[in-house]
Design a protein. Structure first.
Length: 510
């Protein structure tokens, strides 16, 4: 199942990292009692909407946050990265916790703590405070997302009922991105950027009150929680991103740059050792033995890297260079969200007829073309001339990729591997987004800084805006080559045939 706006790809049957849904032991069979299932689905789907909103709603508010709390351009990236690193790094641990402590319990703790984290974030008066609150939101999202999906798998009967529930869930996921950008603009324009965080509080409190009444608890198990694996993976990725972000304002040889990068790489290597030796790892290394899964992870990592950077750069370009209001910026992203929602459904119908590979090759090429189009960005460009076309093109490209990536990642795998296969796909997208934003943000910052330095005393608002546009354009050009690499992976690595695609899985993934 795919979040069509942020690109997150997950499976309904996934909680345990080894693919055992519903708490490892067989989930209780559905009871004849159905009167609360409609309300239960509303609670689950609304929770997913909230998680998606947390990714997208802050984009449009970023310039206002920068002005209010005095962020530098480099540090501003952490408003995005703090959430995605915590969410992506702890997602597998959140799924494991559902198995051990119960899906409903983890879900309720997640939404309750999300209300607290969002309230504290909205009250932030310093950069560190806001970034810490965003990280806390990511931790809560890593609890809510796998619990919500697992609850659908255990509360709704396999077949039409579950597929219908997944369709509602997917619609909320797709709508979340569009709603997030629009609400971010409305709140920032009419109220304050703080309301992009406050909005979670009433929603989460309602879910926390309704959840115990309509959600059924799953069985639990007494098995170890792989905390060393989760901590080394999350800390390693965070240090690596921190070092890459510092490279925008420090030399590569500076201790603040190379120290975190080296430390992050060491911790990630330690994570591999921990997982190889663990009797019940979060991420069994054997999942990478399948070429289709590995290829899917690489492609999704690349999509995450370019999408997160695209939203970040375009938000800053529209408001800081082109002079858009926050509301106008939110509306500017709507065509992207709409085409993703429409074409993801079309791809779900086509994948069973032609297989994943042609769609992945087409989608990655379209995305690459859009990014090279963006690489011609200049301060004088208007929305219709330079932004609308590539927004529609990259939306079409990633939409065509979402469903095939999910199916390629799980095609031909054993039941006990299906969960971890799609969970790692989701994690890769989030971590890829953080790393991509760090690297491409550093590229853009270096070029902009050099251009502004060349201007010297002649620098004015227009020429500085042009320097920022040049930096973003350079980053988009590099992002285009990232998607060319993803195209080559699709062409040379993916080998899933159309007869290996389960029509039921394809339908649920739309």
């Amino acid at each position: 199942m795919t979040d069509r706006t942020t690109g997150k790809t997950v499976e309904a049957s996934v909680t345990h990292p080894n693919g055992r849904a519903g708490g490892g032991t067989a989930a209780p069979p559905p009871t004849p009692e159905r009167r609360n299932n409609g309300l239960a689905l509303a609670v689950i789907a609304t929770a997913q909407l909230m998680v998606v909103l947390d990714v997208s709603i802050v984009n449009v508010a970023l310039p206002s946050m920068k002005d209010s709390l005095g962020f530098s351009w480099a540090n501003l990236e952490w408003v995005v990265n703090a959430y995605t690193l915590a969410f992506g790094g702890l997602l597998l641990l959140g799924g494991r916790a559902c198995d051990l402590y119960g899906q409903r319990r983890v879900f309720l703790w997640g939404v309750s703590l999300l209300a607290v984290a969002s309230l504290l974030g909205g009250l932030a008066t310093t950069q560190a405070w806001l970034i810490a609150a965003r990280a806390a939101q990511g931790v809560c999202g890593a609890m809510v997302a796998p619990a919500a999906l697992a609850l659908i798998a255990t509360m709704f009967t396999e077949g039409k009922e579950r597929n219908r529930a997944m369709g509602v869930y997917a619609a909320m996921s797709g709508a979340g991105g569009a709603i997030g950008n629009l609400l971010g603009g409305v709140f920032t324009d009419v109220l304050s950027w703080r309301w992009v965080l406050f909005v979670n509080v009433p929603i989460a409190l309602v879910l926390a009150l309704l959840g115990p009444r309509v959600l059924r608890e799953s069985r639990t198990r007494k098995e170890p929680l792989d905390l060393p694996g989760a901590l080394t993976a999350t800390a390693g990725a965070t240090l690596l991103v921190y070092g890459l972000v510092n490279a925008a304002t420090h030399d590569w040889g500076d201790a603040l740059t190379m120290g975190p990068i080296v430390g992050g790489l060491v911790l990630l290597a330690l994570f591999v050792v921990v997982e190889a030796r663990s009797s019940d790892p979060l991420m069994p290394l054997s999942i990478f033995s399948n070429r289709n899964r590995t290829g899917s992870y690489i492609i999704m990592f690349a999509i995450g890297a370019v999408l997160f950077a695209m939203f970040y750069f375009l938000t800053l370009f529209m408001q800081q260079v082109a002079g858009y209001s926050p509301l106008k910026t939110g509306l500017a992203f709507l065509p992207f969200a709409v085409i993703v929602m429409v074409l993801a459904g079309v791809a779900g119908q086509l994948v069973g007829k032609i297989g994943p590979k042609p769609l992945l090759m087409t989608g990655t090429l379209l995305a690459a073309g859009a990014l090279f189009w963006f690489s011609r960005l200049s301060a004088e460009d208007g929305y219709a001339a330079q932004l609308l076309g590539p927004l529609l093109l990259i939306g079409a490209g990633v939409a065509i990729c979402f469903v095939p990536l999910t199916l390629a990642a799980v095609a031909g795998v054993h039941d006990h591997e299906a969960g971890i296969s799609s969970a790692v796909l989701n994690t890769g997208q989030q971590v890829g987004g953080s790393l991509g934003l760090a690297v491409l943000g550093t590229v853009a910052a270096h070029l902009t800084r050099d251009r502004v330095a060349d201007l010297g005393a002649a620098a004015d608002a227009h020429s500085v805006g042009a320097a920022y546009a040049d930096g973003y354009a350079r980053a988009f050009g590099i992002a285009g080559f990232v998607m060319i690499a993803a195209f080559l992976v699709a062409a040379l690595v993916i080998r899933v045939r159309k007869d290996e695609i389960d029509p039921e899985v394809a339908g649920a993934a739309i």
